[in-house]
Design a protein. Structure first.
Lengths: 657, 270
């Protein structure tokens, strides 16, 4: 076995073998089962996976075969991936909540012949689409409840497969030697996994990743964030998502840290608190929900606690980020922050399960600066990254000490990024980048440039001076003003939406002289303000049209313009005119999608008179629109909406770093 | 192509042996006759439904089986032994567990503790050791806790393990109550309207749990339910009561087609 340590570690099974040798007694996996955290060391995991691999061979799984993995984060499903890779088969994790049609398409497209699933629910789902997946022959399951009376000719419990493989391994040394040979036969260029992207437009595409590239990428980021075998993560992200496969599976094997699997999806929050991970990832939405929950619960706390909480949160807001960034801070502030840590921050972080976090990432959508700095001010090292499946995650990431809410950081180690001049699209070349889309050479060719760069489909630019990348919008949504200056509607909309008073924004400007926006106020936030300031209103419409409300919103628009003025690429796209809509945009009226995204084109047509008023200089306009009430009846709302001008700033040459 | 067909094989439990039989039972409260001359039996391993319009005497019947009431006439034979007057806890220790129409849990106690109370009859260690919470008491507690955790896992209520039951929504409370009944490891499980007040999704979950209990543990189940769809899907045999009398008895298909049952549910022209 000594030669194994020196052999090139270019596949995950080789890494697993290395971990079993180098850190055998260290904990590799945890899973809460029957209320108790069960754990397995690297040596045990290696042992299980070897037996599992032999068991799979017996069932007929061969090098190059595809095995679907369907279910929640459970050790046995992670081991299924490892065992398949050990004998050269390719795991294809699939979203467990995918609808039957989507599932059938992916399984058939990937040509899976095996499937390792979590429980009866997944078995039933696969059986329901079995006719459309002709190659699927064998199914394995982790949890047998309700499956006792199923025909077990092609259905096996994973535990039994492992047990059977173990018996064989103990019977003859030939079996073990053959398996070692299989591990050694693996090569860095081998297809390691196929991850299907959740296709927002059209069918899912199978992103093929090679073992060697995956490991190279993970090695870079493990070093970047100083991850070691003393770290621990809670694996709660979907198995089929690149985030889980990268952050937990790949980094876990490279760094040798421990992956903890929650008891069930519902208990994840509680399990997080019990485990206290040191590395954590969550989309902004999760952080936002947590903050809201904390704030609501504080409202119910006793007066003294409330006072203490708000006092020290204010202290943290003022000094916390500066302390975390290692900036100069007066001694008094340090002491006050220290006391706050004792009384508020530490207990709060403990309640959220964030006590031990050294590095946390968020990505996926824009995060509000307030939200971002709230967590950072508590002393939690929250950072942003930008990545995608095709890159095997990281394209950019913020290094410690260069953390900002409005960028996604500079290029990750060994990643080349360039911005396409004409469209502003971000292109990259990364160590982990994919080989191609499975069985789709045409799409692969569309996505890759001749010189090997990958198109992200996102438009962005590098901030002058810092080299931080800013993502502004999907490239296809970015357009130009009449003057030829760049107009990125979502970038402007998001900037405004970070204000709690603003619920929804629709920006216009394509082919126009300037940018203008529709704004929807947030009834909860503005209503709260109205209550405190004795502003009387009878309806949403009345509040939206109130002169003082216009004043508040105008202030927000001016602030956003000041920020835009500081960005050379965006300075020309400042908001010149705005109006506050008399009704809330609603999915029932077709103005939003069911996932609450604005349908910009439709809104533009529906409110054509208002758009016209924005651009013809009038100060008010009449509009009447048909609305659908919740009970399905239709009615007409008419209103006279005021149009206001906003303050426009001269373009500054960008902040010096 | 994969050829696995669910639920084709039999459950492996021999159905046929009579577990409990009710013979000519009548129950009176003063002048009110709640049950008159009802006979039926419950076979081992089956799901038996008792249905009927409001006031038909369904819950009274369940109360007789479970020892709450003692019928003035007739006999109940359980596991081949004709039963004398029993107290509910004696019925419980002989392997009969039940849930109630209106949830009867300890609201201030957690889910875990509530289910743990279901193990009371299985605890053997004396008060002395229990108070010390040491030695044999601790060993026994661990054993019971393991059983309870199995049930929590089975019913998928891990997330509410440590939450006081009073804070839970109704559907979950019903599930906890089922958990407590299961903790007794009963041979005969009596469910009094397990799905009352539930939404469709909760009902579907509950159906699945009832079938799983029946198939996995081989527990015999007698249930009262108003949702006819549920009853017809779940049960092996159905007995129909009206005004305290039995008007039909048989498989769901037979009962569904019975004119007397249709009349009882839909009413007849007078």
């Amino acid at each position: 076995m000594a030669q194994a340590a020196t052999a090139q570690l270019d596949t995950f099974p080789k890494l697993l073998r290395r971990n079993a040798e180098a850190r055998g007694p260290k904990t590799a996996f945890r899973h809460k089962d029957l209320g108790i955290w069960q754990s397995w060391t690297w040596a045990e995991v290696y042992d299980h996976v070897r037996a599992y691999a032999v068991g799979l061979q017996n069932l007929g799984l061969k090098r190059g075969d595809k095995i679907a993995i369907v279910g929640a984060n459970r050790p046995k499903l992670y081991w299924s991936m490892m065992a398949a890779q050990m004998i050269g088969a390719v795991p294809v994790p699939v979203y467990s909540d995918a609808i039957a049609d989507e599932l059938a398409y992916v399984l058939d497209h990937a040509e899976v012949s095996f499937a390792a699933v979590q429980d009866q629910e997944q078995v039933d789902k696969l059986l329901s689409v079995a006719e459309r997946v002709p190659r699927l022959k064998t199914m394995l399951y982790d949890w047998g409840r309700g499956l006792r009376d199923y025909d077990h000719t092609h259905l096996h419990p994973i535990a039994a497969v492992i047990a059977q493989g173990r018996v064989q391994l103990s019977e003859g040394s030939d079996v073990g030697k053959a398996l070692d040979a299989e591990i050694d036969a693996g090569h860095g260029d081998d297809l390691s996994i196929i991850l299907y992207t959740s296709g927002t437009t059209g069918r899912s595409k199978g992103v093929m990743l090679s073992a060697g590239r995956s490991i190279a990428a993970a090695t870079d980021t493990v070093r970047f964030d100083n991850l070691s075998d003393n770290d621990e993560v809670l694996a709660y992200l979907p198995l089929a998502w690149v985030g889980d496969h990268y952050l937990n599976f790949a980094q876990g094997l490279v760094a040798g840290f421990c992956t903890a699997c929650p008891e069930s999806a519902d208990t994840a929050q509680n399990d997080l608190k019990e485990i206290g991970p040191t590395f954590y990832f969550a989309p902004p939405r999760v952080f936002e929900n947590l903050l809201t929950r904390v704030m609501i619960r504080m409202e119910d706390a006793s007066g003294l606690k409330k006072k203490m909480f708000h006092h020290y949160i204010a202290v943290a807001k003022q000094w916390g980020e500066k302390i975390l960034n290692g900036q100069e801070v007066p001694l008094g502030a340090r002491l006050s922050y220290g006391l706050g840590n004792l009384l508020v921050y530490a207990p709060l972080k403990n309640a959220l399960g964030f006590s031990k976090i050294r590095t946390a990432y968020t990505a996926g959508e824009a995060i509000g600066p307030e939200l971002f700095s709230f967590y950072r001010s508590l002393g939690m090292n929250l950072k942003q990254l930008y990545g995608q499946t095709e890159a095997f995650l990281y394209v950019t990431a913020q290094p410690d000490g260069q953390i900002r809410a409005d960028t996604v950081g500079p290029a990750s180690p060994n990643v080349d990024i360039r911005i396409e001049e004409s469209t502003g699209e971000v292109l990259y070349k990364s160590p982990g980048q994919f080989i191609g889309y499975y069985k789709d050479a045409e799409k692969t060719a569309e996505t890759m440039t001749p010189d090997g760069f990958v198109r992200t489909g996102d438009a962005g630019f590098f901030e002058v001076g810092t080299g931080h990348l800013k993502i502004i919008d999907r490239a296809k949504d970015v357009s130009k003003l009449k003057s030829g200056d760049l107009f990125a509607p979502k970038y402007i909309e998001n900037r405004l939406k970070f204000y709690p008073n603003i619920k929804e924004v629709v920006a216009f400007g394509q082919g126009e002289d300037f940018v203008s926006v529709f704004i929807n106020i947030d009834l909860t936030a503005v209503g709260n303000w109205a209550e405190r300031n004795n502003v009387i209103y009878g309806s949403y419409q009345e509040l939206a049209g109130h002169a003082d409300v216009y004043g508040i919103i105008a202030g927000h628009v001016d602030e956003v313009n000041a920020l835009l003025a500081a960005e050379p690429m965006m300075a020309a796209a400042q908001i010149k005119r705005f109006l506050i809509l008399h009704k809330e945009l609603d999915a029932d009226d077709g103005e939003l999608t069911r996932t609450q995204k604005v349908r910009r084109g439709f809104v533009g047509e529906r409110y054509a008179p208002l758009v016209k008023a924005l651009y013809d200089g009038s100060t008010e306009a009449d509009i009447s629109t048909e609305v659908t009430f919740e009970d399905g009846r239709k009615g007409v709302i008419s209103a006279r909406v005021k149009v206001k001008d906003a303050k426009v700033f001269a373009a500054t040459t960008g902040k010096a770093a | 192509m994969l050829h696995v067909s669910p639920n084709t094989a039999t459950t492996g439990i021999a159905k046929g042996e009579v577990l409990l039989s009710v013979e000519n039972v009548s129950l009176r409260f003063g002048g009110v006759k709640a049950i008159s001359d009802v006979s039926f039996d419950i076979l081992k391993g089956e799901v038996r439904a008792i249905i009927g319009p409001n006031g038909a005497g369904k819950t009274s019947m369940l109360n007789c089986i479970n020892g709450f009431y003692f019928p003035q006439e007739g006999h109940i034979t359980y596991k081949g032994v004709r039963r004398q007057k029993v107290r509910p806890h004696e019925a419980a220790s002989s392997g009969i567990a039940r849930t109630f129409q209106n949830v009867a849990l300890f609201k201030g106690m957690t889910t875990l503790d509530n289910i743990m109370t279901g193990r009371t009859l299985k605890m053997n260690v004396g008060l002395f050791w229990q108070l010390l919470r040491h030695g044999p008491a601790m060993r026994e507690e661990i054993e019971h806790r393991r059983k309870v955790e199995d049930i929590i896992d089975f019913l998928e209520i891990q997330a509410i393990r440590k939450i006081p039951v009073g804070k839970l929504p109704y559907g979950l409370q019903k599930r906890v109550e089922l958990g407590r009944a299961l903790a007794m490891e009963p041979e005969l499980l009596l469910l009094d309207e397990p799905m009352a007040g539930m939404n469709l999704e909760e009902k579907e979950d509950m159906c699945r749990f009832i079938l799983d209990v029946n198939q996995t543990f081989g527990t015999t189940i007698a249930l009262i339910e108003h949702d006819m769809g549920v009853v017809m899907d779940l049960s092996d045999r159905v007995v129909v009561l009206e005004y305290g009398r039995k008007i039909a008895d048989g498989t769901p298909d037979v009962v569904k087609a019975d004119q007397k049952v249709i009349d009882a549910y839909l009413g007849v022209a007078h």
